[in-house]
Design a protein around this ligand. Structure first.
Ligand code: 13P
Length: 253
């Protein structure tokens, strides 16, 4: 299974800044075929960033989507619009969307289904808060988000889904889950997928980790057998640090 490293730029970068960053990332890692590299700029620079990475191995993701195809939904962006400008991936259910914009598991599920239907691949984000972890509810919360997020999808579609385990307490805080903490949750997620979809269908579904991933901790995270990649926030805004993450040292046994 080829590792998957994605940069979520969140609400950073004007169009001009984004194009410059994308070009720099391309210069550094744009020919890498050992890792699937994805960048997720804001909507406003998707088209120009797409042009900047054309011909490289870097792929484009959107940070969000609405589930309807078109209509009177002021301010929203539809799956066909994203597809038409060359997005191959869409992040759904990021904890910032759940927490700040009130997205429910049902909303996230609709977005995931609409993304798949359009022939794009969803990156489904799940993860517990610090209170939930302290209360010993990590696996219960993550299981609910995974089950509800994936509700109604067909077995053959699970290979097109990427699941990002992003503990909320590790996002933007500088505090990373230890590789062992992440591995425990990743392992459980894979067991649930095998139970729900069967080993053959689910074995190619990648489970990636997000939350303060940096050049300093990527090697140890990627050494864990069930961590298939990373969703990188802050460290993806600097081309050099993102490139170092993409070029992590392979020590998986
Ligand atoms: P940070 O890497 O800045 O902690 O953000 C993680 C994240 O939310 C990626 O989606």
């Amino acid at each position: 299974m080829i590792p998957f490293i994605a940069g979520n730029w969140k609400m950073h970068m004007t169009n001009e800044e984004g194009v410059a960053l994308a070009r720099r990332v391309r210069d550094l890692v744009g020919e890498n075929r050992d890792v699937e590299i994805v960048i997720a700029p804001p909507f406003t620079s998707l088209s120009d960033v797409k042009r900047a990475i054309e011909g490289s191995t870097i792929r484009l993701a959107a940070q969000n989507v609405f589930w309807e195809r078109e209509g009177a939904f002021t301010g929203e962006i539809s799956p066909p619009m994203l597809k038409a400008i060359g997005c191959e991936y869409v992040i759904v259910g990021h904890s910032e969307r759940r927490r700040i914009f009130g997205e429910s598991d049902e909303d996230v599920n609709r977005k995931l289904i609409a993304t798949l239907k359009e022939g794009m691949r969803p990156i489904l984000c799940v993860g517990e808060t610090i209170e939930e972890r302290r209360a010993g509810k990590t696996l219960e919360v993550v299981r609910r988000q995974v089950d509800k997020g994936l509700q109604g999808i067909h077995g053959r579609e699970i290979k097109d889904v990427i699941i990002a385990y992003e503990p909320v307490w590790a996002i933007g805080t500088g505090e990373t889950a230890t590789p062992e903490q992440a591995e425990e949750v990743h392992c459980s997620i894979k067991e649930w997928l095998f139970e729900g979809f069967g080993f053959e269908e689910a074995k190619d579904c990648r489970v990636i980790y997000g939350g303060s991933v940096k050049p300093e901790n990527i090697d140890a995270l990627m050494a864990e057998s069930n961590i298939d990649g990373a969703l990188v926030g802050g460290a993806s805004l600097k081309a050099e640090s993102f490139a170092r993450i993409v070029n992590f040292r392979h020590t998986k046994t």
